[in-house]
Design a protein around this ligand. Structure first.
Ligand code: NOS
Ligand code: ZN
Length: 335
């Protein structure tokens, strides 16, 4: 029997892949714009047009365009804290019990903040969100793939600052070129040497080899990884190494990682035993919620509750939770 939207909404969830700057609610964008004295459209319809992925998006780069609109509003500690808190409120509405919130600290320094101040502000908002909504979280720090190795290394160095808390892992985001992983080998070696948990965006632009390169250089999780559908001979390796794919159905269609729902490889990969998980990627840019993503997959593939519970178990196992967070949530996810 098909699960209703309400039943899907109420399932306890874990979200591993959600960008802070792509997931700020329209109401909070209005507050942030006012604080930053940035004029934005008055009508919700016109504002939505600015902050969501263009319907005509033909690529990941088109999809990323709306971030330029919101980033100028995220340049103070107050704004970052509010944005993080707002995201936890949204996660609560999806019955998310634990979420990893990612962002690129370098994109928030235009107003004079240091990289450390950026991270402190976000994690403060996450902590307030946990206190008010009982949703646990950690931050993931992204380097941007258009940045220099030196710049990204400064982000990696943040993990060595003892005073930062709830900073759980590293990622590389932004436009994806074929063969990009090796360009960042020196960074990824440092990440490995320091024992920093690693997830990498890969396989969003048709480049399946990027997924294998990311695994080779230490990623235990892959952001999206959709292109691995084209390399079935590699699935056994993914299963063997317990690699987890952070998939995001709406985003994957918008970025043209996949052409249409019928070709979405989620069920094929799940049935083959590959660890797939469900994520929003960007709640606002993709105009979605985690419940929407569950509903979409239930519609497309007729998944029952057991599938969703298994997928949440994969997310629990692959998460970069602290031992305390893991102990607190184990009963809910490791049934
Ligand atoms: O799906 C994606 N693929 C690659 N990069 C992305 C995606 N979504 C967002 N970002 C990029 O990550 C930055 C930090 O959060 C965002 O500013 C955006 O440029
Ligand atoms: Zn992403």
């Amino acid at each position: 029997m098909c699960l209703s939207r309400t039943e899907l909404n109420q399932l306890p969830k874990i979200e591993l892949h959600c960008h802070l700057d792509g997931s700020i609610s329209m109401a909070t964008i209005r507050v942030l714009a006012e604080k930053a004295r940035i004029s934005i459209p008055e009508s919700d319809e016109a504002l939505r047009f600015k902050i969501t992925a263009p319907e005509s998006a033909e690529s990941l780069l088109d999809y990323l365009a709306p971030f330029d609109f919101v980033l100028p509003m995220l340049q103070t500690q107050e704004a970052l804290e509010l944005a993080a808190y707002d995201l936890i409120a949204q996660a609560k509405a999806d019955h998310v019990r634990y979420i990893e919130v990612r962002f690129a600290p370098t994109l928030h320094t235009a107003g004079g903040l240091s990289l450390e101040q950026v991270v402190v502000a976000v994690t403060k908002g996450l902590a307030k969100g946990e206190a008010d909504f009982a949703v646990k979280s950690n931050a993931l720090l992204c380097g941007m793939r258009h940045e220099s190795v030196d710049t990204i290394m400064k982000v990696v160095d943040l993990f060595s600052k003892g005073e930062l808390t709830h900073v759980a892992g590293f990622d590389l985001a932004g436009g994806e070129a074929d063969g990009y992983v090796s360009d960042f080998a020196s960074i990824l070696e440092m990440v490995k040497e320091r024992g920093i948990p690693l997830t990498l965006h890969a396989g969003e632009c048709g480049c399946a080899q990027n997924v294998m390169d990311a695994i080779e250089l230490g990623a235990t999780r892959i952001g999206h990884g959709v292109a691995i559908k084209d390399m079935p001979d590699k699935w056994a390796e993914l299963i063997d190494k317990k690699i987890t794919l952070e998939m995001a159905p709406t985003s994957n269609i918008q970025t043209k990682a996949i052409d249409k729902a019928e070709n979405y490889p989620f069920k094929t990969l799940f049935d083959a035993g590959v660890r797939v998980t469900i994520n929003t990627d960007n709640r606002t840019v993709s105009d979605t919620t985690l419940t929407d993503e569950y509903v979409k997959l239930a519609d497309w593939f007729g998944f029952d509750e057991a599938v969703f519970r298994q997928v949440a178990r994969y997310a629990f196992e692959a998460s970069f939770m602290s031992p305390q967070q893991r102990a607190d949530l184990a009963d809910e996810f490791m049934l």
